[in-house]
Design a protein. Structure first.
Ligand SMILES: [Fe+2]
Ligand SMILES: [Fe+2]
Length: 187
């Protein structure tokens, strides 16, 4: 199987939830209020699926394969992607850490969530665009033969781990609920 097909499919789900997040964020900005119950499912999805399932799969499997095929980690596109994963983690962690205070009406915490929410949206959409239209094309050309077989095997091993499956199931259920609640303009 194409080495990036699964990752590209995961991007589509992340983009759909980002659209929902944009709507939720705009409603919160409009009202000036942040409700924990609104933002918590997004945090769970972004940490559980976008980061722990998706970014980690890129970091643990795809990027090392690309390095082996000759793409340098430092000073190249892989380094940029890794840096953006770190920034994305920081934005979601900051949102998570300020939810409780924001929920009680703390205006500083509310503003922090607005700022980091907007930054996360912009960062992750641009990040996915770079991977879909640049990095993954390089990976598809470079990773072939035995390297491709071994990459697909490592994906399959991860997907057969019960803990991973359970997390994926939980996150997909959250995404389904959010997409139903907010609608989707992506697909
Ligand atoms: Fe990525
Ligand atoms: Fe990605």
């Amino acid at each position: 199987m194409n080495p990036t097909r699964r990752l590209r499919e995961e991007h589509q789900l992340i983009l759909q939830v980002l659209d929902c997040f944009e709507t939720a964020l705009a409603e919160a900005v409009e009202s000036g209020e942040v409700h924990r119950s609104v933002f918590e499912p997004f945090v769970k999805f972004f940490q559980g699926f976008a980061d722990q399932c998706h970014h980690c799969r890129e970091e643990d499997h795809l990027f090392p394969c690309m390095e082996q095929a000759g793409i340098p980690r430092e000073g190249g596109p892989i380094g940029v992607m890794l840096h953006e994963h770190q920034q994305a983690r920081m934005h979601v962690r900051t949102i998570s850490e300020h939810l409780e205070a924001a929920d009680t009406g703390d205006s500083d915490a509310v503003q922090i969530i607005f700022d980091h929410g907007r930054s996360y949206l912009n960062l992750l959409r641009a990040h996915i665009d770079k991977e879909d239209h640049c990095l993954f094309g390089m990976a598809d050309q470079l990773i072939q033969g035995p390297q491709l077989t071994s990459l697909n095997q490592s994906y399959e091993e991860t997907e057969s781990e019960p803990e991973y499956c359970a997390k994926l199931k939980r996150c997909r259920a959250i995404a389904d609920t959010l997409i139903e609640q907010y609608g989707s303009v992506t697909n």
